[in-house]
Write a protein of this length. Structure first.
Length: 127
């Protein structure tokens, strides 16, 4: 049992590593505002695995100290099956005490300053 569990964690870390190399344009635009503790001194990880009881999730951006997940969604998230999976993941995260902020790619491209201000506001409410 222990070996299967370790293998499962290894696989999700491997996927996260691949995703960090295949960053989306919107994630690339937002990342400089979050990296190196630059947002109110809080550390964010990018393409970070989150291990829940029966579900492993890879968050676009994650602040472990605040349990804050930031998702940046492209047009694929408009597909019904992807929406359902996003909803399932969001409910699992909320049940486990995580907070989620979700932005569309367009929001990041069109008004990065507003997106960063919304993240700062959430950080202030959680810290």
């Amino acid at each position: 049992m222990q070996k299967a569990r370790a293998s499962k964690y290894y696989r999700i870390r491997e996927i996260a590593h691949i995703l960090r190399k295949e960053v989306t344009r919107a994630e690339e635009v937002l990342w400089p505002a979050l990296r190196k503790n630059s947002l109110l001194g809080f550390k964010f990880r990018r393409q970070a695995p989150i291990y829940l009881e029966n579900l492993n999730i890879i968050a676009d951006f994650f602040c472990p100290k605040l349990k804050l997940v930031i998702e940046v969604d492209g047009s694929i998230h408009n597909l019904e099956d992807v929406k359902e999976y996003d909803n399932f993941k969001e409910k699992a995260l909320l049940r486990n005490g995580y907070q989620i902020l979700r932005f569309k790619n367009k929001e990041v491209f069109d008004n990065l300053k507003l997106v960063v201000n919304k993240i700062k506001s959430k950080i202030n409410s959680l810290s």
